[in-house]
Design a protein around this ligand. Structure first.
Ligand SMILES: C[S@@+](CC[C@H](N)C(=O)[O-])C[C@H]1O[C@@H](n2cnc3c(N)ncnc32)[C@H](O)[C@@H]1O
Length: 232
């Protein structure tokens, strides 16, 4: 990638033992954060399917229980989960994205963090929401990411994730009309289910829906998975 504003903003020492791919994803979302927030912050208003699914997720997790919204972006899903009675914290790799989230939703908690290395004790979290945050992973990174989610979830904890259905990688040179450069990986549901199962998750529901008119024209997949209950 050519030198960009994002490169110029990078500190000399990368946090979280970041790889160069992490650094470029963080840089891209720092650059695109204002436009991303403007475009998506109210998207749930127009997505009844997603709202219903988030309500079901909230019901399974249980009011007041701790939830991580990983790759939370502008924070709208974190705030929505909190409005449903959960105790949700939004976590994102991009400091600029977290600044936007914290400014937009002052009642919710947000942290800069990496979902490959979550700053939470093992078995401490009741639910994880992962909406479109695996879209920059390669197939061979899935197991490592899901292993960390599995670690922090309590027995019987719930993971709800979403992604674009397909087999392609879309290279965006000017993401949302900014200088941000990103690759988006589409997955087939079986690829995600296989990786979840390998880690120990029990995928319980796979739902595919057509895109809304306002969305990128790709099918969307949502997978609800449980960390199994401890055996007696
Ligand atoms: C496509 S956006 C999705 C944002 C939001 N969940 C939504 O549904 O609009 C992907 C988000 O994941 C974040 N992200 C990517 N890799 C991450 C990582 N390793 N740890 C935490 N966040 C990450 C990006 O910074 C970005 O905000």
């Amino acid at each position: 990638m050519a030198a960009s504003l994002g490169d110029l903003m990078m500190p000399n020492v990368l946090p979280f033992n970041m790889s160069s791919s992490h650094a470029s994803i963080r840089s891209a979302y720092d650059i695109a954060s204002a436009e991303y927030s403007r475009k998506f912050i109210n998207e749930l208003d127009h997505k009844p399917f997603d709202r219903d699914l988030l309500k079901r997720f909230a019901g399974l997790v249980g009011a007041g229980n701790p939830v991580l919204d990983i790759g939370c972006g502008p924070g709208h899903t974190t705030a929505y989960l909190n409005s449903l009675g959960l105790s949700a914290t939004g976590i994102d790799l991009s400091p600029r994205m977290i600044e936007h989230a914290a400014e937009s939703f002052q009642e919710s908690r947000f942290e800069v963090g990496d979902f490959f290395s979550l700053s939470r004790a093992s078995s401490s979290i009741a639910g994880i929401l992962a909406f479109y945050c695996i879209v920059h992973l390669t197939q061979d990174q899935l197991v490592s990411a899901f292993t960390e989610m599995f670690r922090v979830l309590r027995a019987d904890g719930v993971l709800l994730l979403s992604f674009h259905v397909g087999s392609e990688v879309i290279h965006a040179e000017n993401f949302l009309g900014t200088n941000a450069v990103l690759d988006f990986t589409f997955f087939q549901p079986f690829q995600i289910e296989t990786a979840l199962t390998k880690v120990g998750f029990a995928p319980v529901e796979v739902i595919i829906r057509e895109p809304y008119e306002t969305e990128h024209p790709s099918k969307r997949c949502y997978i609800m998975a449980h960390k199994p209950k401890r055996m007696a």
